[in-house]
Ligand binder design. Structure first.
Ligand SMILES: *Cc1c(COP(=O)(O)O)cnc(C)c1O
Length: 221
């Protein structure tokens, strides 16, 4: 087994032992392999190890790396996890399968219109700024209601929530908060937890975790 395959097995083992430890229902947690900053060789190894869900944070980088893989492996699902500018929507729609970063009204309007035009309506997640950090994108917790309504009006299907906790705070607070917002709005899909904190995220109800360096090692860029 190569290094990447071993890391993936290790993550799966930790997910299972976390569920056992907290006596959670044993249910599948989707590992989204964050391949930003990684080359095609590393991605190929993850594919060979059976990973079929990946994420990138930049549309342009994804355009350079992913069209060939997606042609060869039609069952791969690619998530966008970095800020989406409205002028990149068109490109993003053709390459990605899930948009995790719906974070503002302007984006909702353009996304709805362009998905209709393209005849390609993608499942989306609302990115919630659980820490209410000024410099960070995401919907403020108090605005989630209004944003969900806007999304409905504009035909943007919101299937879940995602968050990136502030660096200097215990992530558990934010994961618990996101799970609570999800319960309140009947959104059961929760994308939370990265390499350093995915076990905590699983303990608090993550359905999707986003490890990058725990799979691929340090990023090259
Ligand atoms: C980079 C990134 C990750 C993965 O981070 P690691 O610490 O390498 O696991 C997960 N989610 C988002 C939104 C990211 O930008």
């Amino acid at each position: 087994m190569n290094q990447i395959a071993m890391c993936i097995e290790e993550i799966k083992r930790k997910v299972s032992s976390t569920q056992a430890h907290y006596q959670l229902p044993i249910r599948p947690v989707t590992i989204i392999a964050v391949s930003k900053g990684q080359g095609v060789d590393a991605i190929q190894q993850a594919i060979d190890a059976g990973v079929r869900v990946f994420a990138e944070n930049r549309v342009q980088e994804a355009q350079e790396k992913w069209p060939a893989f997606k042609a060869r492996y039609p069952d791969i699902s690619l998530h966008l996890i970095g800020a989406l500018q409205t002028n990149k929507i068109k490109d993003a729609l053709w390459l990605f399968d899930v948009i995790e970063v719906v974070d503002r009204e302007k984006l909702v309007c353009s996304l709805g219109r362009q998905m209709r035009q393209a005849g390609r309506v993608l499942p989306c997640y609302l990115q919630v700024n659980t820490g209410e950090e000024l410099q960070k994108t995401g919907v403020k917790p108090l605005d989630v209601d209004r944003m969900l309504q806007r999304c409905k009006q504009e035909g943007v299907p919101i299937e879940g929530l995602m968050c990136i906790p502030p660096l200097n705070e215990p992530p558990a607070l934010h994961f618990g908060f996101l799970a609570e917002i999800g319960r309140r709005h009947h959104l059961s899909t929760l994308s939370m937890g990265m390499s350093g904190d995915f076990e905590m995220a699983v303990a608090l109800g993550a359905t999707h975790i986003r490890p990058g360096s725990a799979i691929f090692g340090e990023r090259k860029v």
